[in-house]
Design a protein around this ligand. Structure first.
Ligand SMILES: C[S@@+](CC[C@H](N)C(=O)[O-])C[C@H]1O[C@@H](n2cnc3c(N)ncnc32)[C@H](O)[C@@H]1O
Length: 242
């Protein structure tokens, strides 16, 4: 299919995920939460839950991280999670699933753009995300937005792909579809650290989960064949706002 010159990466990404989530049933949402449990838990376990009331999930899809922390939420009814996603379909399914699970007062979803967060300053104790920041074209803008909405000394836990030590193939640069598939927008480790530093975050911990994500992909639990094909790595970064 030829692409109009007006199409931006963000349009491509939005279309790609509208299509991906369109075919998702509620059963598949729950299936994804269970399949990715090991990775999601590596993110969630780094949030200091006792000191947290408001959590923001960036690129929440239909609520994958939010649903994984629902058991924690049952024990702490004070905690509220907001998931934001650019895909209308993702937001719609997320709302349906949490309403059916009676979690609608703890977890909410809104449609919005991580590069222009529709929230006031310093509203969140913790910000989490899985496999989304790589998709954003202006990562400096996204990091500064995350810093703006995070409370002073708040925590940000990002799980995402980075360019692997073996590097990536040059064919990646010319294939826009690989951007939407979480490949060509992946930063190097140095670039990720620079984005975080510029936005005023201190990286407290970095955990490399490449072997675990490769295992999930190999066993058909994470539909992301490009992860192994392009030698990507996956890390969880725990950061604190200064
Ligand atoms: C690979 S999916 C990950 C979804 C979810 N975090 C998970 O773990 O399954 C990436 C998500 O980021 C969303 N996304 C992409 N660009 C975005 C943007 N600029 N603002 C908000 N969400 C975005 C997509 O719609 C998609 O739901």
């Amino acid at each position: 299919m030829t692409k109009s010159s007006c199409d931006t990466k963000k349009d491509d990404v939005t279309k790609h995920y509208e299509k991906q989530w369109e075919d998702y049933s509620e059963k598949e949402v729950i299936g994804r939460v269970l399949n990715l449990a090991s990775v999601l838990d590596s993110i969630v376990s780094k949030i200091p839950i006792k000191h947290v009331e408001q959590i923001l999930d960036l690129g929440s899809g239909p609520g994958i991280i939010s649903l994984r922390i629902s058991r924690v939420l049952e024990r702490n009814p004070e905690i509220k999670v907001i998931g934001i996603d650019i895909s209308e379909k993702a937001v719609k399914i997320g709302r349906k699933v949490v309403n059916e699970m009676d979690l609608g007062t703890s977890i909410q979803f809104i449609r919005g753009d991580c590069e222009n967060l529709p929230f006031q300053e310093c509203g969140y104790d913790a910000v989490v995300s899985n496999a989304t920041l790589n998709l954003l074209e202006d990562k400096n803008k996204a990091f500064s937005e995350i810093a703006r909405v995070t409370k002073p000394e708040g925590y940000v836990v990002i799980g995402d792909c980075i360019v692997g030590k073996k590097g990536c193939s040059t064919e990646i640069d010319s294939d826009d579809n690989l951007w939407s598939k979480c490949v060509s927008g992946a930063p190097t480790m140095d670039e990720f650290e620079e984005y975080a530093d510029k936005a005023g975050f201190e990286i407290l911990e970095t955990r490399n989960l490449t072997d675990e994500v490769s295992r999930l992909v190999k066993n058909g639990l994470w539909d992301w064949p490009e992860f192994t094909k392009y030698n990507l790595e996956y890390c969880v970064f725990k950061m604190r706002k200064g």
